[in-house]
Design a protein around this ligand. Structure first.
Ligand code: AMP
Length: 590
């Protein structure tokens, strides 16, 4: 039960007694040693949450629910749109498999603080590997399985993992893509050499194991199960890479304690879900929503999590909602556009358990939200997220007795507790501008950035002499505290809800011998929200046939095909500011 019934009462409590507010929220978690402090400044200028507390995230997500009598309840429901398989794992089965695989990781020499890089699709084994790392205090680094070898190699070098976990193949639609060549190329290209690789063998496309390097996932699961080990609240649980302004992926570090507290609170406060409720997110586990709401939050609150491999059709989504009494569906605008384009008719589906639909990750236009609301005949809530924050910065709060949001939400909700946004207008008196968040950020947000083998404070995000966090998102805040989103202030492009840096694409294009200069801008895409377009100044004219295909191929090979660069426009010059900076926004709207 939440101690407040109105939004204003909750905001007031979080503002006037933040320590009391968060220590109360921390009671949702089973601590080995309960924390006595909430937020504590760190010597490096950032802050720790619940320092002094010790816990285990896997125990909180799995074991304690078995102990509380939920052993037979489904914990994870997995469906593959590629292979049409479905698996349901009860809490007891999940506990057995996670504890066994944790034993297998131990046998491979993985211990507290070691990184385990997991480059597998959205599968049960991916979730098991994540939870097994948490169980033994190792740090999981899940990498989207669609990345090309070079991107995988960069991440291997960034986090220097002891072990890699991969699946023998991933899928594009229903076509199996064997992983062995990508894995070998990534390992050959990386400077760091992991101790070994664990392979999830898939029947559709098994992989020939490399003796001495590769181990079988399912054989490792049969190791003697190991119990959860207590870790410090501020110890890292995972690292997740994301794109920023620099063109170099940043490893966002999440702690154990703050993460568990924030996600547990969010399940009741934002999503109105509790123990036994079923939560379905369509996000891949390689992205932040998959981490937070595909694995941790539903399990931390003793619920059931439905996860899917691939892009589910409307029929699959509705079928899963009906079969598992899904209470909350969390999806992306891109997924809704896919459903709308496919002519989804939801009218014949009753779905009595489904209470609400949430969207996040990219701009959702009002017409799309309206289509979703009238099709699902449920409230559709738009809320604002970042990989860095780990949970939503703004939302609607179903845990409060405030009722449904307006039929058509034009904003992205009001701030969640602990988030104190303000707008920094570029011109005096302006109403819109970059949204800054006052520090400290609430629990669950980034504990820092992983750089050169250690946790560093996120200095590139600081504004106002270190008093604020930069979101790099632009918007405005209305008198009712609702935040309205206008777009990114940096060069990040959102392709089907996934972040890619325009600068990163430019660096790859610049390596083509015929390119003198280039700029990559985002343009609207009817299905995927945005797509990148490259403007290239060639080293010589005329443009040769084949250059476009070579540039497109170069980007796809370096980053992965999902980036979707298709258009390359050859131009005489790029628009620049007086100081010589390329005006990417001018290109995007040209
Ligand atoms: P990611 O870290 O991949 O989750 O991407 C975070 C970025 O996605 C944010 O900084 C925003 O630019 C964008 N974003 C997330 N949620 C929304 C939303 N509801 N509306 C518009 N943009 C959003």
């Amino acid at each position: 039960m939440l101690p407040w019934t109105t939004y204003d009462a909750m905001r007031h409590a979080a503002a006037t007694d933040p320590d009391g507010f968060w220590l109360e929220a921390a009671r949702r978690i089973a601590w080995e040693q309960a924390p006595a402090t909430a937020c504590r400044p760190r010597a490096d200028g950032w802050h720790d949450w619940f320092a002094g507390g010790t816990l285990n995230s896997c125990h909180n997500a799995v074991d304690r629910h078995v102990a509380a009598g939920r052993g037979d309840q489904p914990a994870l429901v997995w469906h593959s749109c590629a292979t049409q398989e479905t698996q349901i794992l009860s809490y007891t089965t999940l506990q057995r498999r996670v504890a066994g695989f944790a034993g297998g990781l131990r046998a491979l020499g993985v211990g507290k603080g070691d990184r385990v890089l997991i480059a597998a699709p959205c599968m049960v084994e991916t979730a098991i590997a994540m939870l097994a790392c948490a169980r033994i205090g190792a740090v999981h680094v899940v990498v989207f399985a669609g990345y090309a070898a070079a991107e995988l190699a960069r991440r291997i070098d960034d986090v220097t993992p002891k072990i890699l976990v991969v699946a023998s193949c991933s899928f594009q639609g229903r076509t199996a893509l064997p992983v062995r060549a990508t894995l070998d190329e990534a390992l050959a290209g990386a400077g760091h050499v992991p101790d070994g690789c664990v392979i999830v063998q898939r029947t559709a496309c098994p992989m020939r194991a490399k003796p001495g390097r590769d181990h079988d996932f399912h054989a490792l699961e049969r190791h003697v199960p190991v119990p959860p080990v207590p870790v410090r609240a501020e110890d890292p649980l995972y690292i997740l890479h994301t794109s920023g302004t620099t063109g170099t992926p940043k490893g966002i570090v999440r702690d154990n304690g703050g993460h568990a507290v924030a996600l547990s609170l969010s399940m009741e406060l934002i999503y109105g879900c509790g123990p036994g409720d079923c939560f379905f997110t369509t996000s891949d586990l390689g992205w932040v929503v998959g981490h937070s709401y595909g694995v941790y939050a539903p399990l931390l609150s003793g619920g059931t999590s439905v996860i899917v491999e691939g892009c589910p059709s409307a029929a699959v989504i509705l079928g899963l909602c009906a079969a598992h009494d899904v209470r909350c569906l969390f999806t992306t605008p891109t997924q809704l556009r896919v459903m709308r384009q496919g002519g989804a008719d939801l009218s014949g589906h009753d779905l009595p358990a489904l209470k609400r639909v949430f969207v996040a990750g990219e701009y959702a236009d009002p017409a799309l939200l309206d289509w979703a609301r009238s099709s699902f005949r449920r409230p559709v809530v738009n809320h604002w997220w970042q990989t860095e924050t780990g949970w939503s910065i703004t939302a609607h709060f179903f845990g409060l007795a405030e009722g449904d949001p307006p039929a058509l939400m034009e904003d992205i909700g009001r701030p969640a507790p602990g988030f104190w946004p303000r707008v920094r207008p570029p011109v005096e008196g302006g109403q819109s501008g970059e949204i800054l968040l006052a520090l400290p950020l609430p629990p669950g947000c980034l504990a820092g950035i992983w750089k050169e083998g250690a946790l560093r404070p996120p200095t590139s995000y600081l504004a106002d002499h270190g008093a604020c966090y930069r979101t790099f998102d632009e918007g405005l805040i209305t008198d009712d505290q609702a935040v309205h989103m206008l777009g990114r202030s940096d060069d990040v492009i959102k392709v089907a809800g996934r972040r890619v840096s325009g600068v990163q694409i430019e660096k790859i294009i610049a390596g083509h011998p015929a390119v003198h200069g280039c700029a990559v801008a985002a343009v609207s895409d009817g299905l995927r929200g945005q797509r990148p377009v490259a403007y290239v100044v060639p080293a010589s004219w005329p443009v040769q046939p084949g250059w476009t295909a070579e540039i497109v191929e170069r980007v796809g090979r370096a980053l992965g095909r999902w980036v979707g660069l298709k258009e390359v426009l050859f131009v005489k010059q790029l628009p620049t500011t007086r100081s010589g900076k390329i005006m990417r926004k001018a290109l995007a709207t040209a």
